[in-house]
Design a protein around this ligand. Structure first.
Ligand code: PEP
Ligand code: MN
Length: 360
């Protein structure tokens, strides 16, 4: 992928601040759109968002006004000077958005899972010069996200960005969508020139953690945010719980701390180097221990094979996990973290033992 020039649009649009895209989940009425937009007039908010085609999980909910709402957004652009962003989910939406000269088109999480839909949109906007933002797919699949970006790159779109909005999970958790930071960070390290925007609204699913999530985004060097904003959030027709007022958004922006990326004073640099060398040493030890543990797991695999005993011994596995969780408590290590690590280790041990079972 030719990624060198992909981020230039961001510098043009927001040279001094992180990019801020704000506006309601859905365009409900002309009055609601204009009232919300007027509350957002501030040099630190460069783009107004509003959904006009809403992908709803169940039928019967408000699915957006479609074409009817596009002139309302044009009015916002004329009145406030903000750029306008809408979600498009098929070629027909793309054609209408181009007709109404919408500046930024984003691909929603339910669309980026579908290569046919992504391709048809890419073909429809080809040559338009529009900025395209691609939300992560709902399922935690990095390749699918990359694939969607590649489809736009292939038709020659250079003004590209991605939006991290979290991933669906079958387990009820702290957030509406699991952040799975590692997937976004992996994307960032593979494509450092593609701007990455954080959508705290859809990750959190509730108002009270938008600020913390946005600060986390700044700390992780995200280059922008998309935050759902409504002049009367409680009465919103979609995503009411996660929307905040324009006033609250401005307070959040005031409070956000853009931390320096580089240390300048020599004392801090020395300290950092000292601690980093300790981290490297500990990482080496961890790797050696893991290698040693796998060797022992292989020995156990050989014994099991000889006696035709099944690889998975559920009772023993539960004991290992319980023991680790109990010990971790005194060491200030969270149960969630330890379970994650031990599950991964156990999975790898099982794979090693199965390999031994397959050997002739
Ligand atoms: C939205 O931005 O309102 C939306 C539908 O988002 P997502 O595609 O992330 O669910
Ligand atoms: Mn929404």
């Amino acid at each position: 992928m030719q990624t060198k020039k992909l981020g230039l649009w961001l510098e043009k649009l927001s040279p001094d601040y992180p990019l801020m895209i704000a506006g309601p989940c859905s365009a409900e009425t002309e009055e609601q759109v204009l009232k919300t937009a007027r509350g957002l007039i501030d040099r630190r908010i460069q783009v107004f968002r509003a959904g006009v085609w809403k992908p709803r999980t169940r039928p019967g909910n408000f699915e957006g006004h479609g074409k009817k709402a596009l002139p309302w957004l044009k009015k916002v652009k004329e009145e406030t000077g903000m750029k306008i962003a809408v979600e498009i989910a098929n070629a027909h939406h793309a054609e209408l958005a181009l007709q109404y000269d919408i500046d930024i088109l984003w691909i929603g999480a339910r669309t980026s899972v579908n290569p046919f839909a992504v391709q048809e949109i890419a073909d429809a906007i080809k040559g338009s010069g529009k900025i395209i933002l691609i939300k992560n797919p709902v399922n935690p699949d990095l390749s699918l996200w990359i694939g969607a970006v590649e489809r736009f790159d292939k038709v020659g779109v250079t003004d590209l960005g991605v939006i991290h909005r979290g991933f669906s999970s079958f387990r009820p958790g702290l957030y509406r969508n699991e952040p799975n930071w590692q997937i976004a960070l992996d994307f960032k390290s593979l494509f450092p020139n593609i701007p990455m925007i954080l959508d705290p609204s859809h990750i959190c699913g509730r108002r009270d953690c938008i600020y913390d999530m946005a600060q986390m985004g700044l700390d992780l060097q995200y280059q922008g945010f998309m935050i759902e904003t409504h002049y009367n959030p409680d009465e919103a027709w979609s995503d009411a719980k996660q929307q905040i007022t324009p006033g609250t958004l401005l307070q959040i922006i005031d409070k956000l701390c853009l931390r320096k990326q580089q240390f300048k004073d020599p004392e801090a640099i020395d300290k950092l180097e000292f601690y980093r060398s300790q981290i490297d040493r500990l990482d080496d030890e961890l790797l050696n221990l893991l290698a040693e543990r796998m060797k022992i797991a292989e020995e156990i695999g050989r014994i099991k094979k000889k006696r035709s005993v099944a690889v998975l011994q559920s009772k023993r596995w539960l004991q290992i996990m319980q023991r680790a969780v109990d010990k971790a408590k005194d060491k200030n290590l969270s149960e969630k973290f330890i379970q994650l690590i031990f599950k991964a280790i156990h999975q790898e041990s099982i794979e090693k033992q199965e390999q031994i079972f397959r050997e002739k």
